[in-house]
Design a protein around this ligand. Structure first.
Ligand code: N01
Length: 531
């Protein structure tokens, strides 16, 4: 092994997690390289360039807080930042902190194997290069492996097939074209209103309708921006004590404690204000089915008000638990169904049978279009990790270890896989918290942990199997108090991927999670073996 190949830390992924991890590892004086399959930084925001892609978390919150200079000097143009601006921000951070010189772009990692004798990870790239490192940090993202359903005939389609999660860098002009889109989750809901304005005809193939709340996006309120910047650290601190680390204005009363009129007023106000805070309208929407039904009825009422054709409105009305699948946030989604060039096709009752040369065939009919857009989501949370052949102690594969579900400790570490850390892994708040806040908390924890190892000359840290078992039970215990694990086929549970083990993956509750992590670190990394 030559000096180039020998590293202290390998980081996989140059999204927001990998970038910040690189910054922190350098500060520890550790020789670090990031390997990124894309040709630029930004992760999710690098790949998801479909029309209308934007964040559903307020811009003043969806950004790094580790550098006050960074957060004071950057200005967002809109309440909810559009994808190009978030990507510009990622590039700005990469330049400001001189990150690019340690990132290998266009570099896919195919395997990571731990060698017990040297306590080193051996990393192989797709091009056959080899690197060795003491630590591995998996910053592979929660929504980074695209789900491409196994539709018969997909390869026969003569037009272009696009996936929202791998959108062409130059975009596509649909003017005068017919477009078919499969899926009606968050990505489709953002893309559909814009594509409908461009395409001559848009066919939307819906299996399960989603609940969507208007974003009410607008230009950044400069007074609000100045107010937040004047007290940024307090604002951040307050938010990190909230359930999802988001400033979502939670209401502490039950939906069933108030009169019908008060309930409607609360929902109306939240609908007018827009966005994810709708879920915080009452304190029991996630845990009480009757309470949840009141929210469901309210949104159904809105859909029926907006959509003129009532049989289309009926199809668009979900009957599932609100919040069980990720709540969507839109601009003019429901209104788009009043356009003459837009049709909704029910593929729940009439499933897609095959993709044909010119379109697709369901059990009820055939449809033709020039472009096929798959807005079919992701093999979430575990997909990108398991795409890499990861072998730990005794040559045990992560894929085998996780065949019944992603067992790990704190969503940060897996027993049998020493010195390997996952950022926002399953079993951590991740997708059910403000992602950037969750990322920074994880990277800070890992960084403190490595500092501790270096200081005490430990070579290896590995999670205990017993601590891992206990953690998995804890994640499930909390999830089982809610309606989410059983309430729908969501990607939170892996139910969107055939044969994926069904287990509710995120940990619910950011503040209590942070307490767990701090307790573990304070108690000499309780639940880990250090040697
Ligand atoms: O993916 P999804 P997404 N036949 O999994 C359908 C984040 N995000 O990319 O529900 C027919 O939600 C599937 O139908 P069903 C956010 O966390 C955030 O939209 O399985 N249809 C569903 O309608 C989000 O939750 C933002 O019945 C099939 C759709 O495809 C996550 O990313 C923006 C099918 C997939 O929806 C994923 O969102 C965008 C089949 N065989 C995304 N297979 C914001 O910040 C799948 N579908 C705002």
């Amino acid at each position: 092994m030559n000096a180039e190949q020998k590293l202290d830390v390998i980081i996989v992924g140059a999204g927001f997690a990998g970038m910040y991890a690189l910054h922190r590892m350098r500060a520890l004086g550790l020789k670090t390289k990031v390997f990124e399959r894309g040709d630029g930084v930004g992760g999710t925001w690098y790949w998801n360039r479909y029309p209308g892609a934007r964040c559903d978390v307020n811009s003043m919150e969806y950004s790094y807080q580790f550098s006050d200079e960074l957060q004071q000097n950057w200005s967002w143009s809109e309440k909810y930042a559009p994808q190009p601006e978030i990507l510009e921000y990622a590039n700005h951070v990469a330049d400001k902190f001189d990150l690019l010189r340690d990132i290998n772009f266009g570099c896919n990692i195919t395997s990571l194997h731990f060698d017990k004798n040297s306590s080193l990870w051996q990393c192989t790239t797709e091009k056959g290069e080899l690197f060795y490192s003491r630590y591995c940090i998996m910053a592979t993202g929660c929504l980074s492996k695209n789900n491409i359903p196994d539709f018969p005939g997909l390869g026969n389609f003569r037009g272009e097939v696009l996936h929202t999660g791998n959108w062409p860098q130059k975009g596509r002009d649909f003017t005068g074209k017919t477009v078919g889109i499969i899926g009606t989750g968050s990505s489709a809901i953002q893309a559909i209103p814009l594509i409908a304005k461009q395409a001559s005809e848009l066919l939307i193939f819906q299996r399960t309708p989603s609940y969507s709340i208007p974003a009410r996006n607008e230009a950044m309120d400069k007074k609000y921006e100045a107010k937040i910047k004047a007290e940024y650290s307090t604002f951040r601190e307050d938010n990190s004590r909230r359930y999802a680390a988001l400033n979502n204005n939670p209401n502490s009363v039950s939906a069933l404690e108030v009169s019908e009129k008060e309930r409607q007023t609360e929902y109306e106000q939240r609908w007018e204000a827009g966005g994810l805070p709708f879920l915080a309208s009452f304190n029991d929407l996630a845990i009480n089915i009757e309470a949840n039904e009141t929210a469901s009825k309210f949104i159904q009422g809105k859909i029926r008000e907006i959509v003129e054709n009532q049989s289309v409105a009926d199809l668009l009305c979900p009957s599932t638990i609100v919040g069980c699948k990720r709540l969507c946030v839109d601009t003019d989604y429901y209104k788009t169904f009043n356009r003459k060039n837009v049709s909704l096709v029910d593929v729940a009752n009439h499933p897609i049978e095959e993709i044909t040369e010119s379109g697709l065939k369901t059990s009820a009919g055939e449809y033709e279009f020039d472009y096929l857009i798959l807005a079919t989501g992701f093999d979430a949370m575990t997909g990108a990790l398991l795409d890499i052949d990861i072998k730990g102690l005794e040559g045990k594969r992560l894929k085998d270890k996780w065949q019944d579900g992603p067992k790990n400790y704190l969503g940060l570490s897996v027993s049998g896989f020493p010195n390997l850390f996952t950022i926002t892994g399953p079993g951590s708040p991740s997708v059910l918290a403000n992602m950037i806040v969750a990322i920074e908390q994880h990277v800070d924890w890992i960084s403190d942990c490595l500092k501790h190892l270096e200081k005490h000359s430990y070579q290896v840290i590995v999670a205990d199997e017993a601590a891992e078992e206990k953690w998995v039970l804890e994640v499930n215990r909390i999830a089982d108090q809610t309606l989410y694990p059983e309430g729908c086929n969501s990607w939170y549970t892996g139910a969107n991927i055939p044969d994926k083990p069904r287990i509710f993956m995120p940990y619910l509750g950011f503040p209590s999670y942070v307490q767990h992590c701090e307790h573990v670190a304070r108690n000499n990394y309780e639940g880990f073996k250090l040697s």
